[in-house]
Design a protein around this ligand. Structure first.
Ligand code: NAD
Ligand code: UDP
Length: 316
């Protein structure tokens, strides 16, 4: 029997590269497609030379061509950190809309299953807590973050339309803040920023008074949830995230403690439309995927620290 083939868009990014590793380990032939605007060939260089791995440099907002059959498309291409999508608002809107349309068109042409990387950002600044998949969200469509949030909301709508109208097998994962190796030091997200600042002995920049909350997921847990969803029959969106919630101030203190740094904390302006709270309700993932996170934050952060130490020492 021939191997199953998966196309991973955004495969040279933080999450995409971990998915390349996982699906290769599961015996898939993996085609990684990326235009490298926020990702890096360094994330996948360990895979070059593996027979079942190939890389295509391509912007998925343009027509996507892939030779041969495909069983699965994981659509992960999109700037993902606030500074990236604020710097690239049009590309972000285009990859969520045009890129998702192209990837779904490819799924239809190849009769492949399609899995969309959506986000907890579809809930915006949520008015219910924790967030369940049936909450419709509180998003400012014309706010700065709207370019990302609305692109993902459109992408979900497009996936469901292809499912309902064309019968495509679609899956939607709503990913909550995830961290781990291969994040860019300078991507502006809380964890890489705090780790880098702490390891360099600089003060950690907490935005606002730090009372806003997030729930951070270790990358291996996320990848497990995504793999299970891709193998399941479940069409409605599924939250994947670790419900362990923490204030950003507390999180900054945890990182100072973990790194043994002498850094202090300074407070800077809270970015506009920054969500006040965020915590996944994961009852659906538990029920339909038998999934729950294995790593608590302390353990996950410990596993991530060595990578940041190495990166920071190389950047000095
Ligand atoms: P990332 O920036 O590391 O990866 C995104 C990848 O997509 C990059 O390699 C980038 O070069 C590529 N890309 C962007 N536009 C493209 C285009 N037009 N054509 C081809 N490739 C393109 O970010 P990430 O954290 O790995 O996020 C991956 C996906 O997961 C994104 O869709 C993001 O919205 C989603 N997500 C991530 C998180 C998280 O916490 N990391 C949370 C929610 C959702
Ligand atoms: N944050 C912060 N200092 C930083 C970077 C981020 O206080 O140097 C805050 C940010 O305002 C938000 C939280 O940390 O409240 C998580 O930010 P991140 O960019 O990681 O994720 P998102 O806001 O997309 O959930």
């Amino acid at each position: 029997m021939s191997k199953k083939r998966v196309l991973i868009t955004g495969g040279a990014g933080f999450l995409g590269s971990h998915l390349c590793d996982r699906y290769l380990n599961e015996g898939y032939e993996v085609i990684c497609m990326d235009n490298l605007i926020t990702g890096s060939a360094r994330n996948i260089e360990h895979l070059f030379g593996i027979e079942d791995f190939s890389f295509i440099k391509h912007d998925v907002t343009n027509f996507i061509h892939v030779n041969g059959d495909l069983d699965l498309i994981l659509h992960f291409a999109s700037p993902a950190s606030p500074i990236d999508y604020l710097e690239m608002p049009i590309q972000t809107l285009k990859v969520g809309s045009l890129g998702t349309h192209k990837a779904l068109g490819l799924a239809k042409a190849k009769n492949a299953r399609f899995l969309l990387a959506s986000t907890s950002e579809v809930y915006g600044d949520p008015l219910t807590h924790p967030q369940k998949e049936d909450y419709w969200g509180n998003v400012n469509p014309i706010g700065f973050r709207g370019v990302y949030d609305e692109a993902k909301r459109f992408a979900e709508a497009m996936a469901m339309a292809y499912h309902r109208y064309h019968g495509i097998e679609t899956r939607i994962v709503r990913i909550f803040n995830t961290y781990g190796t291969r994040m860019r030091l300078e991507d502006g997200r809380a964890l890489p920023t705090f780790m880098t600042q702490a390891l360099q002995g600089k003060d950690l920049t907490v935005y606002g008074d730090g009372s806003q909350t997030r729930s951070f997921t270790y990358v291996d847990d996320l990848v497990e949830g995504i793999f299970r969803l891709s193998q399941s029959d479940f069409v409605e969106p599924v939250n994947i995230g670790n419900p362990q919630e923490v204030t950003i101030l507390e999180f900054a203190k945890e990182i100072i403690e973990l790194t043994g740094s002498k850094s202090g904390i300074i407070f800077e302006d809270l970015p506009k439309d920054d969500p006040q709270v965020r915590q996944p309700d994961i009852s659906r993932a538990k029920k339909v995927l038998d999934w729950e996170p294995k790593y608590d934050r302390k353990e996950g952060l410990k596993k991530t620290l060595d990578y940041f130490k190495q990166q920071v020492s190389q950047s000095d």
